[in-house]
Write a protein that binds this ligand. Structure first.
Ligand code: ADP
Ligand code: ASP
Ligand code: MG
Length: 471
């Protein structure tokens, strides 16, 4: 059995949804799949804006967004559903959801406050709607399929916006709600990204969280594959939007994939890998539009990795934009202890996560998300030393197994970047990444130069391939 997760672009239009349905039906020959869906592309962004507008008292904007959500799904139904009766039923279901959405918006507007709890409720409608349409259409096309409200199964803590599942309960619920359906040959269609607390309050796992939902279900069901279907040909040597020549990576280790995701490659949610590692389940990243292309296999299976991963190969380049550098300079650092403790304590008290660190005897530089820190944090840091901030920078990381052990990689990285102003450099003892910071305006030059250095030769053909569909 496999878990098949389809991202927003793979269900966002009638053509995409039909393609995804065909892939699910094809997979059924290998065992009945569990299908985990995202919201249609763009819908979660609209819902986030809807919640913000309601919270800011712009009810008209919020209601206009709700209308857009209604129209999008009505359009999908109109194109995909044949029977007029079913069409009417589905229009009514969409109407019910959107009416609830509008009610929530009005409630928030009246109270004048948007809580994280109501934001999660609003954001959950994207997945509820996409799965409702998908399940109805696949059934109309003659397949045994059932829609399951994941909030009965994905039971989480109440950390709204970043909820995490309570493993034991979820596993039991997966066994009692989902497994029997699959064993009876019924395809299960459910939502990624959302869950609920034990008290039944809707939660979300964080943006991009459908990948994580799918991986968790893969582990709870002990599946033999987790398939992440998306709009690119697997995990690539760099974001193809930044580097048009990016190639598809045939195979990578769990740790490479996890590192790459944490360092900014949006193709996988960073927490996707842990559940797969726990049960040693291969993760496939596949292209909905080129289903027979090889995509990427993420595994620790030494036989499959043999000749494909080891040897200090650079596998990929990850970029995280929207960062800033905070530099704290103080003579108090020299030969004393405790300074770092105080400094990191301040970040921790203000809930700000540090991405990259570099230090000298008298200064320490860190990168953080540009939107994540407050004036209070800066004041606290100011008491420790002189603080300078540089906005609009990006972290760029070169990732690959055994990088540390392979000679000459750092030299190749930095000589290819001779025309770029490096704002910070960080190489930890980690053997799999080297990171640095550049101004956002230099990102494209930097990653294209690096990409050319590591991926333009023929020696790695077979590991890195031209993506399907590219000439
Ligand atoms: P989905 O909606 O299917 O979850 P996402 O938009 O979350 O899709 O992720 C796919 C996108 O990730 C791609 O369209 C691509 O632009 C971006 N991306 C960033 N880094 C990489 C990478 N290394 N390999 C492939 N895609 C990447
Ligand atoms: N729909 C959610 C988002 O856009 C979750 C996901 O797509 O993974 O973030
Ligand atoms: Mg995604």
């Amino acid at each position: 059995m496999a878990v098949m997760k389809f991202g927003g672009t793979s269900v966002g239009t009638a053509r995409a949804m039909q393609q995804a349905i065909d892939l699910v039906v094809r997979e059924k020959k290998n065992g009945t799949p569990l299908v985990v869906l995202s919201a249609c592309s763009g819908i979660t962004n609209k819902l986030v804006r809807l919640a913000d507008s309601a919270g800011l008292g712009s009810l008209d904007d919020a209601l206009a967004l709700a209308r857009e959500v209604r129209l999008h799904h009505a359009g999908l139904i109109d194109e995909l559903v044949k029977s007029p009766e079913l069409k009417e039923q589905l229009f009514a279901r969409v109407e019910e959801y959107v009416a609830r959405l509008e009610m929530l918006a009005r409630g928030i507007d009246i109270v004048g406050e948007l809580t994280e709890r109501s934001r999660d409720s609003i954001c959950s409608f994207g997945e509820l709607l996409s799965t409702t349409v998908f399940a109805a259409v696949i059934r109309e096309q003659g397949h045994d399929a059932e829609w399951v409200d994941v909030r009965k199964v994905m039971i989480t803590d109440d950390n709204h916006g970043f909820a995490r599942p309570i493993g034991e309960i979820c596993r039991e619920r997966t066994d009692s709600v989902i497994r029997p359906l699959l064993e009876a040959g019924t395809i299960v269609i459910t939502q990624g990204y959302i869950g609920a607390t034990l008290q039944g309050r809707t939660t979300t796992l964080g943006r991009g969280g459908s990948d994580l939902s799918a991986a968790l279900f893969g582990a709870w069901l002990d599946d033999n594959a987790i398939q992440i279907w998306t709009d690119v040909d697997g995990v690539m040597t760099c974001d193809p939007r930044l580097v048009p020549e990016a190639r598809s990576i045939r195979i990578m280790t769990f740790s490479e994939a996890a590192e790459l995701a944490y360092l900014g490659a949006k193709v996988l949610h960073p927490d996707t890998i842990a559940p797969a590692v726990e049960k040693n389940i291969p993760v496939w990243v596949l292209n909905t539009w080129h289903p027979d292309a090889k995509g990427t296999l993420i595994t620790n299976d030494p036989e499959r990795l043999s000749g494909m991963s080891y040897g200090g190969l650079v596998k990929s380049i990850a970029v995280k934009k929207g960062q800033c550098i905070i530099n704290v300079r103080s003579n108090r650092m020299l030969g004393r202890y405790g300074f770092m403790g105080e400094l990191f304590g301040a970040f921790s008290r203000h809930g700000v996560s540090i991405e990259m660190i570099s230090s000298s005897e008298v200064s320490i530089s860190v990168t953080v998300d540009d939107k994540s820190f407050s004036d209070e944090l800066l004041q606290e840091l100011g008491a420790l030393g002189q603080v300078d901030i540089e906005h609009r920078v990006a972290t760029v990381s070169v990732v690959g197994d055994n990088l540390r052990l392979s000679k000459g990689v750092a030299g190749r990285i930095f000589s290819s970047l001779r025309d770029v102003n490096l704002r910070m450099i960080s190489q930890g003892a980690s053997e799999i990444n080297v990171g640095f910071v550049v101004e956002e305006k230099d990102v494209e030059t930097a990653v294209n130069a690096l990409h050319h250095e590591f991926f333009s030769g023929e020696e790695t053909a077979g590991i890195f391939e031209k993506p399907a569909g590219n000439p």
